[in-house]
Design a protein around this ligand. Structure first.
Ligand SMILES: Nc1nc2c(ncn2[C@@H]2O[C@H](COP(=O)(O)OP(=O)(O)OP(=O)(O)O)[C@@H](O)[C@H]2O)c(=O)[nH]1
Ligand SMILES: [Mg+2]
Length: 352
């Protein structure tokens, strides 16, 4: 899973990136001029349990990869995203909008405001505008070439939707249409999570900046963080951390909070692969077919898919070994259309 961290300049993107990933990227005026990249592992007791049995060479947890986009250098027009950022975000699976909800006299918002709801609206507009331009260019070309085909009609529908001020993620599309549009990597179609970056004063207050109200109204998931304090906490030892968090009334660690929220919001789950070389968890959306799950591992396995040998983690553990699970009839051969379940241990058979 690749997540793009976006937001206005000086909203605390890099601060939040550091807090979640435990990185030490430079923040503030001396912030790095390029994008920051880091990954976090998703803790999974099932991976640990399987690794204890298989004693594999390698143990790999599912991962969230983050890209904290470089600050907008275009200055004056006070856009959150410049063209470099827009390009960078194309391959993100979902977006995390860091919304500035803290006051800081020394580092001002580019529009000199602390207005989280206005920032959310402005950023949505930027995403929609970026998509609109892509659609417009494509339609112009198609019109010139006289290609008024299915794609032309579909793009027209997308355009009309954006013209109403709505993001493409709210357009009603069939699965086929979604696939047809996938190549465009439309930004306003990507799931978006709001991450309110609050100041200390907001701790314990109920929706101080009105962000929760906005999130509810638009069906967005909101995570509330106190970015700066979270970064301070990450520099403490494990024991100090818990006490400090409790004293300050900070909730769950930002990394844990983030993982839980992201799995829920993005409708994610994991399946497992186990063998002597590697025990590994793979993240997929719920309701993924076996053949598409295979593609997450490698496109060759997807292409040459024959069968999936599946045993659920719980059945495997109850049986104690693969041989015993087979004896008990818990290992099944499934076809391409099988809907993978959370905790399935899968061995793919495929042609090369
Ligand atoms: N008071 C306060 N200051 C914060 C908070 N989060 C970030 N800051 C400060 O705001 C400034 C900008 O933070 P960054 O994390 O660099 O923000 P950014 O969005 O990555 O900024 P650019 O990459 O330059 O667009 C830094 O000086 C931070 O110390 C916060 O929660 N409270
Ligand atoms: Mg930054």
């Amino acid at each position: 899973m690749k997540l793009g961290i976006i937001g206005f300049a000086r909203s605390g993107k890099t601060t939040v990136f550091n807090a979640i990933t435990g990185s030490h990227a430079a923040v503030g005026a001396f912030g790095s001029r390029g994008a920051n990249l880091a990954a976090i592992k998703v803790p999974d007791a099932r991976v640990d349990a399987l690794a204890a049995i298989y004693a594999p060479k390698k143990k790999t947890y599912a991962e969230f990869q983050f890209v904290d986009v470089a600050p907008n250098e275009t200055g004056e027009d006070a856009k959150a995203l410049d063209s470099a950022a827009l390009t960078e975000l194309k391959n993100a699976d979902a977006l995390v909008h860091v919304v500035r909800a803290f006051e800081n006299e020394e580092v001002l918002h580019p529009l000199d405001r602390v207005d989280p709801v206005a920032d959310c609206q402005a950023l949505e507009e930027e995403l929609q505008l970026a998509d609109f331009i892509v659609i417009e260019r494509r339609l112009e070309r198609k019109a010139k070439e006289g290609k008024r085909d299915r794609e032309y009609d579909l793009l027209k529908r997308c355009m009309a939707h954006i013209e109403t001020g709505a993001p493409l993620r709210t357009l009603d599309l069939s699965e086929v249409e979604r696939k047809e549009l996938a190549g465009f990597s439309f930004l306003s179609m990507k799931p978006i999570m709001l991450l309110g970056n609050y100041g200390e004063a907001a701790i314990g207050q109920d929706d101080p900046a009105g962000l929760q109200g906005y999130a509810d109204e638009h069906g967005h998931t909101l995570i509330e963080l106190c970015g700066e304090m979270e970064t301070e906490v990450t520099s403490l030892s494990e024991e100090e951390r818990a006490a400090f968090r409790e004293d300050l009334g900070l909730g769950e660690e930002s990394k844990t909070l983030f993982i839980q929220t992201a799995y829920g919001m993005l409708g994610l789950m994991s399946f497992l692969t186990a063998g002597a070389p590697e025990v590994r968890a793979w993240t997929i959306p719920k309701n993924t077919k076996a053949v598409d799950a295979a593609g997450v591992i490698h496109s060759d396995i997807q292409r040459g898919f024959i069968r999936a040998e599946v045993v659920h983690f719980d059945d495997y553990m109850a049986a104690g070994s693969m041989a015993k699970a087979k004896e008990a009839g818990k290992v099944r051969l499934e076809g391409k259309e099988y809907i993978v379940k959370d905790g399935d241990i899968i061995h793919f058979r495929f042609n090369v």
